[in-house]
Every structure is written in C-alpha cells, then in structure tokens.
Design a protein around this ligand. Structure first.
Ligand SMILES: NC(=O)c1ccc[n+]([C@@H]2O[C@H](COP(=O)([O-])OP(=O)(O)OC[C@H]3O[C@@H](n4cnc5c(N)ncnc54)[C@H](O)[C@@H]3O)[C@@H](O)[C@H]2O)c1
Length: 382
C-alpha cells in the first residue's frame, strides 16, 4: 500500500498523533508552526525524522500527501485553498472559515481540485453522539423533531498568551457579536437529522454582562429551522463565570428523549447521559429515565472494540476515529461524511448569527453551498 505522508500545521494538530501513528502506512513527516518554540516542542512530541517549517507555503511545497490544518480560525480557508492548489488533501479544524465569501471559495476549490477535504468536527465522534445516531436510525426515538446543543466553555483565560501577546481569540472569536463557535453543538445534533440541513436561523443574547472589554455576548442562543421543518436550539457561552460543559445535548422524538448529563468525573450532583421511551413499562403519563448506557449494544462496532490508547486520544476517543475516517477517505478517494458542504453549512450558522443578533434576532436564511445551486440560493437574504 502506498505510504501517506502527513504534515501538521499548528500545535492543536498534535491531537491527531495517536490516530495517525496507529494506522499502517501513514507517517507524520512534517510539522509547521510560525512560533519556533512551539515548532520545536511539537516536533519533539511527534518524534522521528520530522521536517520543520515555520512557513505553511514551504511545507506544502514538500512531498507530503495531506495536511492537518490546526492554526487559528482566520488561517483556515487561505491555508486550505493553498494546500489543495498544491495537490494536498486537507483535514481542517473548526470552524471552516471566517466569512461567507470564504466558505464559497472553499467549496469551489474542493470542486475544482477534487482533493479530499474533511472537517475536523471531533465532537461528532463522541461515543454518546454516535450511539444516539444509531438509535435514531433504528427508529427508537420515532420521528426526531427537536434538539439542543450547547457549548459552555469559559475561555476568558485564553485572550492573552502566557508571553503577554494578544491571542487571535480576542479578535476572531470574542472580538465580535454572535455565536462564533457553533460547530461542536450543531455538528453532533445534525447527526440525528440525516439528510437535512439548516435553512433559517435567529439569534438572541442577553447582551454583554461581563467586564472583559470584548464585544462578545454573554452567551447566545440560535434557533435553527431545518429544511424538513425540525427545530434546533444552539447555545454558545464562552464568557460567563461557570465550570466547563462543552457537550450538552438533547434530542426529542415522537417516542422518546435523550438528555446528556455529566461525565462521571465532572462532579457529584449531576446525572449521567439518560433516555426515556414510551412503552408498556413506561407509560406516557409517568415516564421514567434510564441510563443511556443500557443501549450500548447500538454503539458502532469500532467503538466497542476500541483500545485504551484509542479512547485516550482525546474527546472520549473522538480524536482517534476522526483521523481514521480522514485516512480512509484518502485511500478510497471519496469525500468523507464530514465534507466541505457540512463544514460550510454549520460554520455559516455562526457567521450569520452576528447579523441576526445585531438586528434584534432577525431571521436570516442560510445560503445553499451545494454545487449547481441557482445564484439566488447563494446569497444572504435579509
Ligand atoms: N476541535 C477541538 O476540540 C478544538 C480545540 C481547540 C482548538 N481548536 C481549533 O484549533 C485551532 C487552533 O486553536 P489553538 O487553541 O491551538 O490556538 P493557539 O493560538 O493556542 O495555537 C495556534 C498555533 O498556530 C500557530 N500559528 C498561527 N498562525 C500560523 C500560521 N500562519 N502558520 C503556521 N502556524 C501558525 C501559532 O504559533 C500557535 O502555535 C483553532 O481553529 C481552534 O478553533 C479545536
């Protein structure tokens, strides 16, 4: 089998090391980071004979086959386009881009060069998300019609780097209004509405209640309607004082409900992931909860058979399985399930939320990024 040589840009990309090293005939051969100290320590962590680059364009001129882009958000589209033009496959961190124009350029580049583009939305790969996805496919929830996803992560310690320099997060994330980081919530919940897409959004916030001197709201809630008439509530709060809870989800169907709980390590007073379904033993008038783990038989086989090392790759094993799917997509020359269109649709929800929240929650239609759409479907309609 032909060896696949991978280059990594940005230190967050080190989350893929366990995955990449455990797949036969895959080798990490290059590392890129603008910061020399980060570059050296990343290369040391990867080990072996690594070529080091400070400049991304230099790395993609080398003989790598694929690149993992884990640089700040505003670098994603320019670097992904440059990589595909240079003939490299791309796996790119969230979010896909920072403007709607960029998202269209990204789609056009994937269509033109036909390289693999995979969106590194790792929260989708969490075991509970995959388990619920399989249960939806088996019809256990009946017809799912409402879902919630929330990303609650106080990042107020990340605005300034330890060396005193201002971080990109002060601008591209929290220097703006609206939901700047929707994909960890919307990506997982859209797994439970296969074939559907978000067509309209409306965002509200309680305004700015913090004193960090940045424009970001003290949390936002974005209501999303899908093409099939389903409703999603997507909340992001990175500014409020509270413990982290990045993977909060709910799914309601005609036959039952899933509600995510706390990880066992999170504390004492919470509940674990739970479900309830109407049945003879569980009448609608007096429905009781049971543990989601009672349904572990619906976990995908590869999750049941995962090794300890794979599960420890990060995000409950998500950081391993995502890499496996990227390499499989390259080998089969087939765009992955997390393709460029999903990347753009989910990212657009966040970008449009800025327009909505600053216009009193105005409903905004999400442009259609799919190929061969009429021009009218590709614009932002106010
Ligand atoms: N999926 C997840 O769970 C997850 C978690 C954290 C971060 N992220 C994403 O990963 C990305 C990076 O976030 P982070 O927290 O690691 O940021 P960071 O600021 O801590 O690190 C960014 C790194 O990229 C380097 N860099 C900056 N510009 C560069 C360029 N042009 N070329 C090469 N290197 C460059 C910096 O020197 C730095 O080492 C972001 O897009 C973020 O949204 C995703």
């Amino acid at each position: 089998m032909k060896k696949i040589k991978v280059g990594i840009a940005g230190c967050r990309g080190l989350s893929t090391i366990v995955g990449l090293k455990s797949i036969p005939d895959v080798e990490i051969t290059a590392m890129c980071d603008l910061d020399e100290e980060h570059l050296n320590s990343a290369a040391e962590k990867i080990g072996g004979d690594i070529k080091k680059y400070r400049i991304f364009d230099d790395m993609i001129e080398s003989d790598i086959d694929a690149v993992i882009i884990a640089t700040p958000m505003q670098c994603h589209v320019p670097q992904a386009i440059a990589a595909m033009e240079a003939g490299k496959h791309v796996m790119c961190e969230v979010t896909a881009g920072v403007s709607i124009d960029e998202l269209f350029w990204l789609c056009e580049t994937v269509e033109k060069y036909k390289k693999i583009y995979m969106f590194a939305e790792n929260y989708i790969y969490a075991p509970q998300v995959q388990l619920v996805k399989n249960m939806v496919q088996q019809g256990i929830f009946g017809d799912p019609y409402y879902a919630e996803g929330a990303y609650l992560h106080n990042i107020t310690d990340l605005f300034v780097y330890p060396n005193g320099k201002t971080s990109w997060r002060s601008y591209w994330q929290c220097g703006k209004r609206g939901n700047f980081y929707p994909t960890h919530s919307i990506g997982p919940v859209m797994q439970w509405f296969p074939g559907d897409r978000v067509t309209e959004i409306s965002t509200f916030s309680p305004g700015i209640r913090h004193s960090h001197g940045l424009k970001q709201d003290s949390g936002t809630t974005t209501m999303c309607r899908t093409a099939n008439g389903k409703l999603l509530s997507i909340r992001t709060d990175c500014m409020s004082p509270r413990p982290h809870k990045m993977d909060t989800y709910l799914l309601q169907g005609t036959k039952g409900i899933f509600e995510s709980g706390l990880d066992e390590s999170d504390g004492v007073n919470g509940f674990l992931d739970r479900v309830s379904f109407i049945g003879e033993d569980n009448p609608e008038k007096n429905m009781k909860w049971e543990k989601l783990t009672n349904y572990n038989m619906y976990l995908p086989e590869r999750y049941k058979n995962a090794t300890k090392e794979q599960l420890e790759a990060g995000h409950r094993g998500g950081d391993f399985f995502i890499v496996e799917d990227f390499i499989n997509a390259i080998r089969s020359n087939t765009q992955p399930e997390l393709d460029v269109y999903k990347a753009c649709e989910w990212t657009a929800v966040g970008l449009l939320s800025t327009l909505s929240v600053t216009n009193n929650g105005k409903t905004i239609e999400v442009p259609n990024f799919r190929p061969n759409m009429p021009l009218d479907e590709k614009k932002i309609k106010l």
